[in-house]
Design a protein around this ligand. Sequence first.
Ligand SMILES: *Cc1c(COP(=O)(O)O)cnc(C)c1O
Length: 415
Amino acid sequence: MNDLDPALDLSYDTLAVHTGIGRGTGVGVGIPIQQMAAFQFDSLEAAAEEFQLNTGSSYARIQNPTTKALEARITALEGGSDTVCLASGQAASFTAMLSACRAGDHIVATSSLFGGSVGLLSNILPLMGITATLVPNTPEAVSSAMQPNTTLVWAETIGNPAGDVADLSALAEIAHAQGALLGIDNTWGGVGLLCRPLNFGADIVTHSLTKWAGGHGAVLGGSVTVGHQHDLSRNAIYTGGSPSLLDTRGAGALAWRQRWFGTSQLGMILPPQSAFLISQGLETLALRLNRECQTALALAEFLENHAGVGRVSYPGLESSGHHALAGKYLTGGAGAVLTFEVEQPATFLARLKVIRMAPNLGDTRTLAVHPWTTTHGRMPEADRRAAGVSPQSIRMSVGVESLADLQADLEQALA
Ligand SMILES: *Cc1c(COP(=O)(O)O)cnc(C)c1O
């Protein structure tokens, strides 16, 4: 499956194109699509072992070699120990949250989350007896919301759409002080390119692979990666029963449960065609996202100095209240998304000639939305404002077009 010598100290760019590919006569140069439901065994022992360990392939709801190759690639890029890929970012967040919580447990989350994550925390998990408190994205607010039954702290590397950067090390310290796990939705961190939350103490990292990983707005997917070290000794999911999950699965317990839960039990699998497309996307992620970060910064500076534009939120701007945190955690760049306020959002969006009005992020094309009426439209007004959204806000995900063309398009729409 993967012939890369783990002893080689390879860079991101090299891992992105070589991980998950075999080497040898007749082996395809790339990740092959294995579009089948079941895989064979040559002995009863091999079958029994696979059903116990789930390390190979038996049935495609549990494991598919194409998806597995993508999982190896994401694990390498995030610096983790294991990854499970799922049908969407939403499926990944749900799986990750339920790997740390069960009925009676509590989650502390920052409020500037992707709308679907707020939905899970406010509408879906309470159905299972799991409660959540959403607080402003500061260590102080998270710390004071912790309860004795808090088993998970949840945040996004860069908040959506306010551009607020999570203080990862501080959050890890708060969570770990009472045996809780820190889960980070690193979608905006570009699969370890801009930020590797596991290096700053996170235990679980999720992605919507639909965004920068897929990268062309053509496929949905999600992933959950776990780090090398996490303390499960105070989480009853892992310590309860005899033998407990920790007894039977050891250091791999967290990753095992995520795979078992998200794929085997709930069936939220990432199809092999999608895994193939996303693995291709990862091969050019660094080229695209590095360029997009540069363009986003230039556009943020342009907009900040434009008389027709109100507040501009982009953590790469020196004027941003999150510039210092961006310098500490976003070592690869401040991201490709900026939010800014215009007086007449409807007119501005209607005038755009190159930039398209669409809700996605991480596309090769620059896309803009009006969060107040779309992505955040169903939230109570106070929650929308708390998330950094105003009726004037435009969120823009910067693509790979030329800076000059994008700037000209914004200029004429603002005129
Ligand atoms: C899009 C997104 C999600 C959800 O991902 P889907 O693939 O659309 O299910 C989760 N988190 C963040 C930060 C996102 O941008």
